[in-house]
Every structure is written in structure tokens, then in C-alpha cells.
Design a binder for this molecule. Structure first.
Ligand SMILES: [Ca+2]
Length: 361
């Protein structure tokens, strides 16, 4: 059951494009078994200075990436990966940081422009379809507050609680009447992969490879379910901003936050990375392919050369990792350290952000 529901959510970021294109067309999570310990350098992950300010050094090392057993086939096979050291942002990029970028460059995000099909494979028949008029305005994807499960149309599944909101963008996360004035320390959202790349270029940084992301998220531990261990709430404490309560009807915010949280509201992992699990999905540089782990090179894998999602083969997708405030144990469980997600590269949503790396010492 859970897998079916998960399949529904994987469509969610793509749902907007598909709808525009007029294509009307539980189980228990298996715990990865302990793997051989990583052999990281002993160098301390000391905080950076200058252009490395706000970053931590992730020492070179090797680890077992993915899951040895999982209900999610794209996490397998677990495979050995070796990485050079790199710097990584301690936190997700905040609204304040993104505002500096926009102020300096005048950059306009894709959600602030009329939609275009920017992430269709050249062979996709959808490229010839018109954008429906009601969606042919700037906007982005938000969740629709529900008052009861009766509002969920079984035939629509996840479409029941996601909607395209005209005027929603990073400055107005829930639509034109919302603002980020009191959220400058929250992660920026409604950021597409293409937007994130532009920010990185400006900042002299890059998006992490998926392997870098998972290695860093594991925090020097191996074979754990979460960045902090194998228990979701050790000693009853929440270690990341996710969803509690009946999904998607009522978020009890038992972790202290409904929606995004200011970055750094929870303890860091073994490398001092904050919110690496939960809060917002984080873009990685890599194209998404579910079978990449069977092809991955050992040293510094940079992802496949093209994207392929069998659920939507016509759309170019990039990897997202870490889960968000919308993830619950009844649903996408994306906050697990091995969980993989994908999104079309030109589309953000109100739970999608990023953090950066620098690949030099
Ligand atoms: Ca929460």
C-alpha cells in the first residue's frame, strides 16, 4: 500500500506539467543492515571561513551507498563509493541568502515567469501539447489544506491535495497573500533545479552530487536509517522537521513546526550538517535514473548521463534528497538517509530547496 501511495507522490512535482499538458491521463520500511564501516579521513570538519563561511569540510572517504534491502528498488544495490573531500553548506540556502543573490543579479526564478516546457525529453510527444489557459500564468505548486480524508478523491490520489497556485513563488510561498518577511532564516522554496544552478554559479559553488549528499548526510555513520541513528525519535525527541499526525489532513507539528522551520532548529549530524533530513527536499546535481546504482562507478560518481524515470519517461528529472516537512511515516518517508526522489528540473514546489558544495580544498 505504502509503495502505491509513494508512487503517487513521485508524480506530484511532475503533476503540474502533466496537467498543463492536458495529459488527463505501509509496508514497513526495511532497515539497511549494517555495512562495513566507512574509512573517512580523520581530518576534523572544521567550519569554513571567507568564501567557505557557513560550510563544513566533509573529509574524503568511502561508504556503502544505498540500501542492501529496501521496498524501494531504486535504493539498490548498495554499492561502495569513494569520494574526495568537499565543502558543504551547513544549512539549506535561506530566503535571506537567496534574496542577496536576487538583489545582486536581478535573477527571476522560473516560478515567477509564465510556464514553459523546459524539461521535456526531445522525443516527448507532450512537447506538442498546449498549456491549459488556467495554468498559463506564473505560479508554483502548493499543498491544499484538507479538513478530512473525505476530501481526497481516490481517483486523483495525490492530486487531491496539491494544486497549482498562481503567484506562488519564493517570495510568496503559499501564494500572493503570503510573504517571507518573517521567514528570512527559513529555507528558500519554490526553487527549480535550474534556479538552484544559477544561484550556485553566482555563489561560486555547485550542487552536490547525489553520492556527496548521501555520504554527507550519513555523517560518518554507516548502515543507519537516519542521519542520527536507527530510531526516528531517539529518547522521544524529533531530529528533523517532518509531518506528524494523519497525512495529509492534519499536521500536529509535534516537532514544533508546521511548514518550513528556520534552518538549524534541530541538532546537526555527525558532520554538523543541519536539517539534512526533513524541512525541504534538496536538489542534487545528478540526473535521476532508478537503475543507476547498478552502474555507478566507485570513485566520485556524478550520476547518469541522462535521466530516465519509467513513470514519466518524457520528462528530464533530477535527484532530490532528504525529505521535507510534508514527509510522514504514513507516507513518503523521504527523510530516510537512503531515500531517493526525483523532480522535473524546471519545477520547484513549496517544499523544495537546496544546499551547495565547493569541490576544492
Ligand atoms: Ca513539522
Amino acid at each position: 500500500m505504502k509503495k502505491n501511495v509513494l508512487s503517487a507522490v513521485t508524480f506530484l512535482v511532475a503533476a503540474f506539467l502533466l496537467v498543463m499538458a492536458a495529459l488527463r491521463s505501509g509496508s514497513e520500511i526495511t532497515r539497511p543492515v549494517d555495512s562495513a564501516a566507512g574509512d573517512s579521513e580523520s581530518a576534523a570538519n572544521s567550519p569554513g571561513e571567507g568564501r567557505f563561511a557557513g560550510m563544513v569540510w566533509i573529509p574524503a572517504g568511502s561508504f556503502l551507498m544505498g540500501s542492501e534491502e529496501s521496498v524501494f528498488a531504486d535504493e539498490m544495490p548498495a554499492h561502495r563509493v569513494r569520494l574526495d573531500g568537499f565543502w558543504m553548506d551547513r544549512t539549506e540556502v535561506t530566503n535571506g541568502q537567496f534574496a542577496e543573490f536576487v538583489e545582486a543579479t536581478g535573477y527571476v526564478t522560473l516560478a515567477e515567469k509564465p510556464p514553459e516546457f523546459r524539461s521535456l525529453q526531445s522525443s516527448s510527444e507532450a512537447a506538442a501539447l498546449p498549456i491549459l489557459p488556467e495554468f498559463d500564468v506564473p505560479g508554483s505548486i502548493c499543498s491544499l489544506p484538507l479538513s478530512s480524508r473525505e476530501q481526497i478523491d481516490p481517483e486523483q490520489g495525490a492530486y487531491s491535495w496539491w494544486r497549482y497556485v498562481p503567484g506562488a513563488n519564493w517570495r510568496h510561498p503559499e501564494g500572493p497573500d503570503s510573504s517571507i518577511d518573517d521567514r528570512m532564516e527559513h529555507p528558500v522554496v519554490h526553487i527549480s533545479w535550474l534556479d538552484a544552478m544559477e544561484y550556485c554559479r553566482w555563489a561560486g559553488k555547485e550542487l552536490p552530487s547525489e553520492a556527496q549528499w548521501e555520504f554527507a548526510a550519513r555523517g560518518g555513520e554507516s548502515g543507519k536509517d537516519y542521519p542520527w541513528g536507527n530510531q526516528l525519535t531517539p529518547a522521544g525527541e524529533w531530529h528533523g522537521n517532518i509531518w506528524q499526525g494523519e497525512f495529509p489532513v492534519r499536521d500536529t507539528a509535534a516537532d514544533g513546526f508546521a511548514g518550513t522551520a528556520p534552518v538549524g532548529s534541530f541538532p546537526g549530524n555527525g558532520y554538523g550538517l543541519l536539517d539534512i533530513s526533513g524541512n525541504v527536499w534538496e536538489w542534487c546535481a545528478d540526473y535521476y535514473r532508478p537503475d543507476y546504482y547498478s552502474q555507478s562507478p566507485v570513485n566520485n560518481p556524478a550520476g547518469p548521463e541522462s535521466s530516465y524515470d519509467p513513470q514519466e519517461p518524457g520528462i528530464v528529472k533530477r535527484v532530490q534528497r532528504g525529505g521535507s516537512f510534508m514527509c510522514s511515516d504514513q507516507y513518503c518517508v523521504g527523510y530516510r538517509v537512503a531515500s531517493r526522489m526525483k523532480g522535473e528540473q524546471d519545477t520547484g514546489a513549496f517544499h523544495t530547496g537546496f544546499r551547495c558544495v565547493i569541490n576544492e580544498r
